[in-house]
Ligand binder design. Structure first.
Ligand SMILES: Cc1cc2nc3c(=O)[nH]c(=O)nc-3n(C[C@H](O)[C@H](O)[C@H](O)COP(=O)(O)O)c2cc1C
Length: 264
């Protein structure tokens, strides 16, 4: 197939965790943000916070975007039309998180196309109270993910992905054999080991077991085990910050009111 510049950008991209001192121009930032806004949306439920303080930003990146699930603006618009939201928080958040995520990925790709690298940071929902205070967020705005961005100081190679046979299921979802799972795991582990990706260290075992893994054997699948087999056990880790930002997943909205412009 012929080379395609957009596919090239997508296939070359890798998360960047080292940045040069070069500061992206306002024009560049605006172009990236406009491309982010142009992502498909359910109800424009994504909004962006920006911090340009390199000293404070992760990886000393010149830009730190916080991508928010923002129901506040929708409710302002609905109120002007004489409508009140009755969609549950559980449902509206699903759409808001999608809008935020598609917007975020457009930022990544637009940045990449303009020579900037980026890296997501997943802690935002769990430190939502701190972010809300820093940016004086109104209720009904929830930080979904952060995105560090700037000109790359290194050019990391693209990281591996599961084989297509473990990702695309045409007509029928298969029953995987142990061998097929092992083969997919091997692709990931060998790919990350070849890049010495975890040279900075492993996630420690929390139960005090001796660690049988070394720098030559600790790779992606063990890393996944140590994250998702140890972290964020308590639903309150997420439900607490959501509640602090004005979202209640158990909310049952009151449907009784008269709706629409005639009610206004
Ligand atoms: C929701 C989300 C959260 C992430 N959180 C972090 C993070 O906290 N720190 C980090 O260094 N990378 C983080 N990443 C980046 C991933 O580690 C990275 O995308 C993944 O290892 C694949 O590598 P690649 O982006 O280079 O292809 C996150 C990515 C996503 C999508």
């Amino acid at each position: 197939m012929d080379a395609n510049p957009i596919i090239d950008v997508l296939m070359r991209r890798a998360s960047v965790r080292e940045y040069t001192n070069k500061v992206p121009s306002d024009e560049t930032v605006e172009m990236i943000v406009r491309a982010g806004q142009q992502a498909p949306f359910a109800a424009q439920l994504g909004s962006l916070l920006l911090r340009r303080d390199r000293e404070k930003n992760p990886f000393h990146a010149p830009l730190l975007f916080t991508v928010c699930a923002d129901v506040h603006r929708l409710e302002l618009v609905l109120a002007r039309r004489g409508w009140k939201r009755v969609t549950s928080d559980a449902a509206i958040l699903l759409f808001a998180i999608q809008d935020a995520a598609y917007m975020a990925e457009n930022l990544v790709i637009a940045g990449e196309a303009l020579g900037l690298g980026s890296c997501y940071l997943g802690a935002a929902p769990f430190i939502a109270d701190r972010i809300a205070e820093e940016y004086e967020l109104p209720k009904r705005v929830f930080p979904v993910v952060q995105l560090a961005m700037g000109y790359p100081a290194a050019a990391p190679r693209p990281r591996p992905r599961y084989p297509l046979s473990f990702s695309l299921f045409e007509d029928r979802y298969p029953v995987f054999s142990g061998g097929e799972v092992d083969a997919a795991m091997a692709v990931m582990d060998e790919g990350y080991l070849a890049q010495d990706y975890y040279r900075e260290g492993a996630i420690p075992l929390e139960d005090g077991r001796p660690d049988a893994f070394s720098r030559r054997s600790y790779s992606w699948t063990e890393h996944m085990g140590r994250k998702w087999g140890q972290w964020l056990r308590n639903p309150e880790d997420l439900l607490g910050p959501l509640l602090a930002c004005g979202f209640d997943l158990n909310e049952v909205p009151d449907n009784a009111e008269k709706q629409g412009s005639e009610a206004a």
